[in-house]
Ligand binder design. Structure first.
Ligand code: COA
Ligand code: AMP
Length: 632
């Protein structure tokens, strides 16, 4: 069946469509209702079904004869460690670590925070939680202690799992002090912290009051999978919203497994036995879905890469990994390719490797500029597919569905709606816009399986942020338009969320930190286009009257504060002092105008602007300080 027929079936008869797809995974007990609504009125998939995600990822694969197939190729150029785990190895390690969790008193429904680098143990930890029905919440290693504390207080975990260190290029990042500071700052008290010692960094666990991973592992017995309800949560993944408090995206077990299995076949065009590599981090949704769960549920080999596109050791790293493990389908963020293009514009390093195994390259996580897509396409000679999704959806919403039929690629578009996603472009009043007109990208309810059913502990925020803006629809937060052939173009966020090197960050959160500086009267942080990382946050700051701090000292203070509170990945490196900020008469700061001005885009000042001359001042200042178009 071709795309049009599959898509049409998925949106006109979603229950029949997904009931058939649910047959592709094993259930301990078949779902009793395909689609239903919970007591909050939120849609739920596969109620009454019982399954276990770890069983699908490991036990079933071994039972079907894949015990000796490689499940994980662990490749760590930064530590020179290269290991392979078969499905049987991974099953044994996971079943035993599930025993560790059980010995620590972790039961079905308890939360476990995982703050770990890209090592096989992080996947063991995630899968072990799934095995006993515990809810994991992985926190990206580039986040600082404060971010960890926010997540501890929201998820209220019983146990936290960590490692002695991560590695950034050639720099060792000790994790124990960050974990200790996060625990200290949080109000919720965690019962146990378990630390995995990496060979190059030993930690005195007793001094921190932590437990040693290897010791606990030696004492534990392997345990079996615990059946959970399809609607039980598998994990919580926090993501940036429009306030200082991250949102806990909930993922269920049943819908997630069905959606990921579907996506591997129909979007990524992979089959069991293929090698799938998502060069991301398990701390992001891409890592959850396409490093850990989807490849294993599909019986593929996954690559766990603890390195970067460049400088580990060079811009040939991607090609080496593809050659070493004969990767068939590769997924990364456009920033990775922009970094390659900068270092090796003619792609000469690729010539050292044989990458004939590679069939498809998928890019997502941020807007993909046409030049980067064209460069990758010319270099590789295979389809390069931009596709669009977000932490909330958990799997692609727009794509070129290579597993169904590959459409002509239109650079600049993230493809057509994926089966299950009934995508519409709406104006402010919620009316459908004609092709070519830009508006809000929204999905008609119900969302397909795999998407967030709610926010952890906060159904009101779920309703207010995603459902209320356009009744009957899920609002993605992105703007975009459709063309006459149904391709969708994503033009960017409509809120204050920004995307720096494929990392989703909140400018509102940065503003809270900047505003806390004793010399700052008010501020606006905006995401400005940047050549390598896509966007870069820049702070515009109005000083309190009577303060004497120099611009340089203020910038250095603010950079330090944001780095300490959010972490290095915030990439907050510029703060400039302005006399005043552009505002409406009611006091709303016109951030979008500032952003468009810096990006060299057209903008129309609203009639409600307080004083239009502020825009000239701002334009002059940006030019003088090389902010925006000038600093690219
Ligand atoms: N733990 C600790 N620190 C981390 C980290 C982690 N897991 N990840 C990033 N950081 C730090 C970096 O070391 C850097 O610190 P610095 O300011 O002290 O130099 C800072 O956070 C910013 O990181 P980043 O924006 O990634 O810049 P970079 O210069 O280190 O690397 C690239 C640039 C292009 C190589 C890198 O951004 C990259 O590989 N991008 C691909 C993006 C990607 O895969 N995104 C996943 C989403 S799908
Ligand atoms: P995250 O939740 O971290 O995956 O970030 C999701 C956001 O990244 C989306 O809401 C978009 O703003 C942006 N994004 C992801 N993929 C794309 C894409 N292919 N094109 C444009 N923006 C994208």
């Amino acid at each position: 069946m071709q795309y049009d027929a599959i898509y049409h079936h998925s949106v006109t008869e979603p229950e029949a469509f997904w009931a058939a797809q649910a047959g592709a995974i094993s259930w301990f007990q078949a779902p009793q209702q395909i689609l239903s609504q919970d007591d909050q009125g939120f849609y739920r998939w596969f109620a009454g079904g019982m399954l276990n995600t770890c069983y699908l990822a490991l036990d079933q694969q071994v039972a079907e004869g894949r015990g000796d197939q490689v499940a994980i190729y662990y490749d760590s150029p930064v530590t020179q460690s290269f290991e392979q785990y078969t499905y049987q190895d991974l099953l044994s390690a996971t079943a035993r670590f599930a025993g560790v969790l059980r010995n620590l008193g972790v039961e079905k429904g308890d939360r476990v925070i995982i703050y770990m680098p890209m090592i096989p143990q992080v996947m063991v930890a995630m899968l072990a939680c799934a095995r006993i029905g515990a809810v994991h919440s992985v926190v990206f290693g580039g986040f600082a202690a404060h971010e960890l504390a926010l997540r501890i207080d929201d998820a209220k975990p019983k146990v936290l799992l960590t490692a002695s260190a991560g590695v950034e290029f050639d720099r060792i990042i000790p994790y124990a002090p960050i974990v200790a500071a996060g625990i200290e700052e949080a109000h919720h008290k965690i019962e146990k912290v378990v630390l995995f010692q990496r060979w190059f960094k030993q930690v005195d666990v007793e001094a921190f009051g932590f437990l040693d991973w290897a010791q606990l592992n030696a004492q534990a017995q392997p345990i079996d999978c615990v059946p959970v309800a399809a609607t039980d949560p598998l994990y919580i993944l926090y993501t940036s919203g429009t306030t200082g408090k991250p949102k806990g995206i909930v993922r269920d077990n049943g819908g997630h497994a069905v959606a990921l299995r579907f996506s591997m076949q129909y979007i990524y065009g992979v089959k069991p036995g293929d090698v799938f590599w998502a060069a991301s981090d398990v701390g992001w949704v891409v890592g959850h879905s396409y490093i850990t769960y989807a490849p294993l549920i599909t019986g593929c080999s996954t690559v766990l890469y603890e390195g970067k596109p460049v400088r580990t050791p060079d811009a040939g790293a991607f090609w080496r990994v593809i050659d070493d493990y004969k990767v068939n389908v590769f997924f990364t963020a456009p920033t990775g390719f922009r970094a390659l293009r900068k270092e090796d514009p003619d792609g000469l390093l690729k010539q050292k490797y044989n990458i004939e195994s590679l069939r498809l390259l998928f890019l997502a996580g941020e807007r993909c500029d046409v030049a980067t897509l064209e460069w990758a396409r010319a270099l590789l000679g295979i389809p390069v597919i931009d596709h669009w999704w977000q932490t909330e959806s958990g799997w692609p919403m727009l794509a070129n569905p290579a597993g169904i039929e590959l459409f002509p690629i239109k650079p600049g578009s993230a493809g057509k709606p994926v089966p299950g996603f009934n995508i519409h472009i709406l104006d402010e009043g919620g009316h459908e816009l004609p092709n070519g007109s830009e508006g809000a990208v929204a999905v008609k309810l119900p969302l397909p399986p795999g998407c967030l059913p709610t926010l952890w502990g906060n159904p009101d925020r779920f309703r207010a942020g995603y459902l209320d803006p356009f009744p009957g629809y899920y609002f993605s937060g992105d703007g975009g338009y459709k063309d006459a052939e149904g391709y969708v173009y994503i033009t960017g966020r409509m809120d204050d969320v920004i995307n720096v090197a494929g990392h989703r960050l909140s400018t509102a959160e940065m503003e809270e930190i900047v505003a806390a500086h004793p010399d700052v009267a008010e501020c606006a942080v905006v995401g400005i286009e940047e050549a390598l990382k896509g966007q870069q946050p820049v702070g515009f700051v109005v000083l309190k009257s009577g303060t004497h701090i120099s611009d340089a000292d203020l910038e250095s203070d603010l950079v330090k504060m944001v780095r300490e509170k959010i972490g290095p990945i915030a990439c907050f490196r510029r703060a400039v002092v302005v006399k005043r900020l552009p505002k409406t008469r009611s006091g709303k700061i016109l951030r979008k105008i500032m952003r468009n001005m810096a990006d060299g885009k057209d903008f129309a000042p609203p009639s409600t602007i307080e004083d239009i001359t502020v825009l000239d001042e701002m334009r002059d200042l940006m030019g003088e300080l090389h902010i925006g178009v000038a600093f690219r």
